[in-house]
Design a protein around this ligand. Structure first.
Ligand SMILES: Cc1ncc(C[n+]2csc(CCOP(=O)(O)OP(=O)(O)O)c2C)c(N)n1
Ligand SMILES: [Mg+2]
Length: 563
C-alpha cells in the first residue's frame, strides 16, 4: 500500500513540477527518500536556508509561470521562509509551499519544542501561512495531503497567481494511504483544467476608440505585461500608433527602453520623463498595472487624475481594474488577449507622427537616459559609473537581477534596458538579500544565459551562503557588489545624528574565494567592464564570480530619483 509521502511525490509529478527548493527538517526529511526514487526526473535543490529556498521557488514561478515548489519544516518555512512567500504574494508569483506541523505522533498538545499545531503551548503554522497565501490546506489524513496538494497547485496558478500552501500534520507523512470508499482520490489533471475568461469584444472596441481619438495617449505597462507574447504585442502596437509606454517598477524594461515610444519607469524612484509624460496624457491605458500609489507618487494628482484624464484599465482580475482609482473603462482579461484583439482596430495611426514628436521632445526636455554629473572619491566608483558600465556591456543574452537600496534605484531610474524581459526585480516586498537566491534561480531557469546580479553590501551579506549553493548546484552567476560600507539608502535620509547605518568594510571578493567562487576587487570605473567580462567567461566554465566594487559612501540615490 502506498504511503502519503509516496503519493505526494507522485502528485507533484502529476502537477507538472520538476524542481523543488528546500532545506529539509522533520516532516520534509521524512519525504526525502521518495524524491531519491525519482531523482532522474525531479531535481531537489538543496539551499543553505529556508529564506533562500523560498526565494528560489518564488523566482522559479515568476520566470516560468508555473508554481515553484518550496519545502521546509513548519517553524522555519513559516518564518525565515516567509520572505519568499511574501514576495510571491505581493508580486503575484505562482508558488506552492509544502510544510508540516512539526509534531511527533500523539504529542501535538504537550508543548514539545518546534510544535506548530496551534495547540496550547505550540505556535500555529496555518495561521502564520494563512496571512500570506491564497490557499492554505491542512491535511490531517493521508488522502487530504494528496487532494490538498492538487488544490494548492490549482490556486497558485489561477489568476491572480500567488503562493498556496499545504500544511501536513506530521505523523500522516509516513502513514499508509488506506483505500477510501467515500473520499476518493482522482488523478490531478481534472482539477487543474482551466480556460481563461476572454475579454469582451465590445469593450475592446471602446478601448480602441478611446485610444484613436487621443492626442497624447500613455500606456502604463505593469507586471501583467511581463510575458514574452505580451511584450512583443505591446511593442508592435505602441510603435504602430505612437503610443507612449511608461512602466511601473514591475513592468520596467517590458519594451526596449531606447525605442521611440519608451518614456521609462514611473514613480519617485523612476524617471522624470515618465512622470511628466503621464501628467500631460489625455488618455491613459493601465495595462496589467494596478495603478499602485507606490509608482504614482502616492496619488500625485498632477500626475494622474481621473477627473482630468480618461483612464482605461485592463486586468486579469475584475477586482483589480478600478481598485486604486476610478476608471472610465475596465476590461477583464489577459493582456495578451486584449492586445491581440486591439490588433484588428485602428488606434489613431494618423496621429502617430505628432505623438512620436511629443514623446521625443518630452524625453529631451526631461533628460531621459542622461546621467546627472557625479564625482566619486579617489579609489571608489559612483553608482553612475556602474550604470554607465552596464549600459555599455550588457548583451541580449544577459539577465540582470537587482536587489534593494541605492544600487537598485540608480539602475531602475537611470539605466535604459534594451532587451525586454532581461530584468528580474523584487517587486513584491523588495527585501534586501533577495538578489542572490533570485539570481541562482534565474540561472537555473535560463542556463543558456548569463545571470548578473547587482546588490549592495547590506543585501549580499544577508544571503551570502547562496554562493555555496551556486557552486554546489552548478548555477554559475556573476555578482556585482556595490560596496559602500553601509545601508546607503537609509543613510542618505539621515541628516546628521547618524546611527545604525554604517558597516565595517568587508571584502566580498575574498569571502567568495573561500566559498569556491572567483573574486575580483574593483576600485576604478574603467576596470568594471573587464571584471564583468571575466565573470561571464568564468560562468561559461561553470564558475561563480563576485566583483566587490568600492562605491563612494557619499554617493546618494537622490540624483537618480524624481523628487
Ligand atoms: C530585508 C530588508 N530589510 C530592510 C529593508 C529596508 N531597506 C531598503 S534599502 C536598505 C539599505 C540597503 O543597503 P545595501 O544593500 O547596502 O544597499 P545600498 O543602499 O547601500 O546601495 C534598507 C535597510 C529592506 N528593503 N529589506
Ligand atoms: Mg550598501
Amino acid at each position: 500500500m502506498p504511503t502519503t509521502k509516496n503519493a505526494l511525490v507522485r502528485t507533484l509529478l502529476e502537477c507538472g513540477a520538476r524542481h523543488a527548493f528546500t532545506l529539509p527538517g522533520l516532516g520534509i526529511t521524512w519525504t526525502l527518500d521518495e524524491f531519491y526514487e525519482v531523482r532522474d526526473r525531479f531535481r531537489v535543490v538543496l539551499t543553505r536556508s529556508e529564506q533562500a529556498a523560498s526565494v528560489m521557488a518564488q523566482v522559479y514561478g515568476k520566470l516560468t509561470g508555473r508554481p515553484g515548489v518550496f519545502m521546509g519544516q513548519g517553524p522555519f518555512a513559516s518564518t525565515t521562509g516567509a520572505f519568499g512567500i511574501l514576495e510571491a504574494r505581493f508580486a503575484g508569483s505562482p508558488m506552492v509551499v509544502l510544510t508540516d506541523t512539526s509534531c511527533y505522533d500523539g504529542f501535538g498538545m504537550y508543548g514539545v519544542y518546534q510544535t506548530m499545531t496551534g495547540d496550547y503551548g505550540a505556535a500555529d503554522v496555518r495561521t502564520v501561512l494563512g496571512t500570506m497565501t491564497k490557499y492554505c490546506g491542512y491535511a490531517t489524513e493521508p488522502h487530504e495531503a494528496v487532494y490538498g496538494l492538487q488544490l494548492a497547485f490549482k490556486h497558485a496558478q489561477l489568476p491572480r497567481m500567488g503562493p498556496a500552501a499545504l500544511v501536513m500534520k506530521t505523523p500522516i507523512i509516513r502513514r499508509e494511504l488506506p483505500e477510501q470508499t467515500r473520499v476518493q482520490l482522482y488523478p490531478t489533471e481534472g482539477y487543474l483544467r482551466h480556460t481563461p475568461a476572454r475579454p469582451d469584444a465590445e469593450a475592446v472596441a471602446r478601448l480602441a476608440a478611446l485610444l484613436s481619438t487621443a492626442r497624447n495617449p500613455v500606456i502604463i505597462a505593469g507586471q501583467g505585461t511581463q510575458e514574452p507574447r505580451a511584450r512583443a504585442l505591446l511593442a508592435e502596437l505602441a510603435a504602430r500608433a505612437g503610443l507612449a509606454v511608461a512602466t511601473s517598477y514591475n513592468g520596467k524594461a517590458v519594451i526596449d527602453e531606447t525605442s521611440p515610444v519608451a518614456v521609462g519607469m514611473l514613480g519617485t524612484w523612476g524617471c522624470k520623463a515618465a512622470n511628466r509624460m503621464l501628467a500631460r496624457a489625455d488618455v491613459v491605458l493601465a495595462l496589467g498595472a494596478s495603478l499602485g500609489p507606490d509608482y504614482l507618487r502616492f496619488r500625485d494628482r498632477g500626475m494622474l487624475d481621473p477627473t482630468r484624464q480618461r483612464i482605461a484599465q485592463v486586468d486579469v482580475d475584475a477586482r483589480h481594474a478600478g481598485w486604486v482609482l476610478p476608471v472610465e473603462l475596465a476590461i477583464t482579461g489577459d493582456v495578451v488577449d486584449v492586445l491581440e484583439a486591439l490588433r484588428g482596430h485602428a488606434l489613431g495611426e494618423a496621429q502617430r507622427a505628432s505623438r512620436l514628436t511629443a514623446i521625443a521632445s518630452n524625453n529631451e526636455e526631461h533628460g531621459f537616459g542622461v546621467l546627472p554629473p557625479t564625482v566619486a572619491a579617489d579609489g571608489t566608483l559612483h553608482y553612475a559609473d556602474i550604470v554607465r558600465t552596464l549600459d555599455r556591456v550588457l548583451t541580449p543574452s544577459d539577465m540582470l537581477v537587482l536587489d534593494a537600496g541605492n544600487n537598485r534605484i540608480w539602475v531602475t531610474g537611470m539605466l535604459r534596458l534594451r532587451t525586454p524581459g532581461q530584468l528580474v526585480v523584487p517587486g513584491g516586498i523588495g527585501g534586501m538579500g533577495w538578489g542572490l537566491p533570485a539570481a541562482a534561480a534565474t540561472q537555473l531557469v535560463h542556463p543558456e544565459r548569463n545571470t548578473l546580479c547587482l546588490i549592495g553590501d547590506g543585501g549580499v551579506a544577508m544571503t551570502l551562503a547562496t554562493l555555496a549553493t551556486c557552486v554546489q548546484e552548478q548555477l554559475p552567476i556573476t555578482v556585482i557588489v556595490a560596496n559602500n560600507q553601509g545601508l546607503g539608502m537609509v543613510r542618505d535620509n539621515m541628516k546628521g545624528r547618524r546611527i545604525a547605518v554604517d558597516f565595517t568594510d568587508l571584502d566580498f571578493a575574498t569571502i567568495a574565494r573561500g566559498m569556491g567562487c572567483d573574486g575580483i576587487r574593483v576600485n576604478r570605473a574603467d576596470a568594471l567592464g573587464d571584471a564583468i567580462a571575466a565573470g561571464r567567461s568564468a560562468a561559461r566554465a561553470g564558475r561563480t564570480t563576485v566583483i566587490d566594487v568600492a562605491v563612494d559612501p557619499a554617493a546618494s540615490h537622490v540624483p537618480a530619483s524624481d523628487y
